[in-house]
Ligand binder design. Structure first.
Ligand code: PMV
Length: 309
């Protein structure tokens, strides 16, 4: 039997715009997903037959990238699914990590590339931000060209993403889960329609990309005030793009009095928000009072790794 694990992630700056090839920053978080794999008479997931309907990401990963004997896979996770914290990317990366270990053949960049392919098969239009973060861990910065701390490059149609390691200090971050599960695919499609039809939409996307570039500088300088301001501006632009929601706005408003900045993270429409704060307990209390579920997370944790059996 082999066991591998991958972290969830939060997108600090740049979601949605990154799908168009704009820069973004994402950090791995201390909520993990584990996958164990052992030979079996047929493919199963937690004792149930592997199915496209119930396990779309695992089904696509095994169907596309495993031609060995059937596997019994067991998945356990700290990540609420549909929360915008990268549970689909983490399961894809952990499964690919496990099957690579069975073959004793793996590199980070090849896992990240295949995980992006799986996500694209299941979700449709996507960027490699989630899958690359869950693979590499710590922090990543996606840019339009190759720079310092370059890790790998991923291409799709005319788009190119240059993935870099991003140094990030240990920061107090609270995640607030709205309890509303939103589907990423339709939200990504809605933003594309907006951007295809209006130059204003394209300007919003460009500005979000610039915010991510500036945010990388603030992060490296550990300038939390500056970073918080960029998060707030990013949230305004995401709301104009139509991907915020009343539940998200409620939790963001509740967090702001105790935070440097707060914004939705991931696809939006529900899912989760994040707040950068020195007072995590106060933010957690405010989120709970407004009906959300808070998690205090550590950022900058390890990416895909093999676990002891
Ligand atoms: O699926 P989520 O909620 O982790 O969001 C993904 C981030 C998007 O930028 C909206 C989509 C993508 O593939 O980058």
């Amino acid at each position: 039997m082999v066991v591998s694990s991958a972290p969830g992630k939060l997108i600090l700056l740049g979601e949605h715009a990154v799908v168009f090839g704009q820069p973004a920053i994402a950090l791995a978080i201390s909520l993990r997903l584990r996958c164990s794999a052992s030979p079996s008479a047929r493919h199963t997931v937690n004792g149930q037959p592997l199915s496209d309907k119930f396990h779309p990401y695992i089904h696509a990963a095994i169907g596309r990238f495993w031609d060995g004997e059937p596997l019994s896979l067991d998945i356990s996770s700290d990540l609420p699914s549909g929360s915008g914290l990268g549970s689909s990317a983490a399961v894809t990366v952990a499964v690919l990590g496990a099957i690579d270990r069975m073959r004793s053949d793996s590199t980070e960049s090849s896992v990240a590339e295949r995980a992006f392919e799986v996500e694209s098969i299941v979700q449709g239009r996507a960027s490699p931000v989630d899958t690359s973060t869950c693979t590499h861990g710590r922090g990543i910065f996606i840019d339009r060209s190759r720079g310092d701390r370059f890790l790998w490059e991923i291409r799709r149609d005319t788009r190119k993403w240059f993935i870099h390691h991003c140094e990030a200090p240990e920061m107090g971050m609270v995640v607030g889960y709205t309890g509303v599960n939103a589907h990423t695919g339709p939200l990504v499609a809605k933003v594309k329609r907006f951007v295809d039809r209006s130059s204003f939409g394209r300007e919003l996307i460009e500005e979000i990309g610039q915010i991510a570039v500036e945010g990388r500088g603030r992060l490296v300088a550990d300038d939390r005030v500056g970073l918080g301001r960029l998060m707030n501006r990013n949230q305004k632009l995401l709301a104009v793009l139509g991907v915020s929601s009343p539940e998200l706005e409620k939790l963001i408003d509740a967090s702001l009095p105790h935070s440097y900045g707060a914004k939705l993270t991931g696809a939006g429409g529900g899912g989760s928000m994040i707040a950068l704060t020195d007072e995590p307990q106060k933010v957690c209390g405010a989120i709970t009072r407004r009906g959300g579920t808070p998690f205090v997370v550590r950022t900058g944790v390890e990416g895909l790794k093999a676990e002891e059996v």
